[in-house]
Design a protein around this ligand. Structure first.
Ligand SMILES: [Zn+2]
Length: 115
């Protein structure tokens, strides 16, 4: 259900953007979604498809770029990819790890249909 309200808020942002920039019908929206955002990309896509007509008044395509989970060791500063949610530095085995990426949700681009 979280995906549903997220899709709605993305679409509402796009409506505002479209009105502000006086764009035509929206063809494609690209977003960046962190692996650790707690959002299921497939569910987000289907919620988006379902709500696109209702909110935008037309079908549009959602493209999701997944951002991997990365962390930085606060002990030796080593930056690494976190796999299987193992928050441990592969270099010094330190466990004081700060997230660098993987939690983001950002609209990257909004493309209007070409006429
Ligand atoms: Zn380390």
């Amino acid at each position: 259900m979280h995906e549903y309200s997220l899709a709605r808020s993305i679409l509402e942002t796009i409506v505002a953007e479209r009105n502000q920039r006086q764009l035509g019908p929206i063809a494609r929206v690209e977003i960046e979604l962190g692996e650790f955002s707690g959002i299921e990309p497939l569910q987000l896509e289907s919620a988006y498809a379902e709500l696109s007509v209702e909110i935008l008044g037309d079908r549009s395509e959602l493209r999701i770029q997944t951002v991997p989970l990365r962390g930085q060791c606060q002990h030796c500063r080593h930056e690494f990819l976190i796999e299987d949610f193992r928050f441990q530095c592969p270099s010094c085995s330190g466990s004081d790890v700060q997230l660098v990426s993987g939690e983001e949700l950002r609209i990257l681009s909004v493309r209007a249909r070409q006429n």
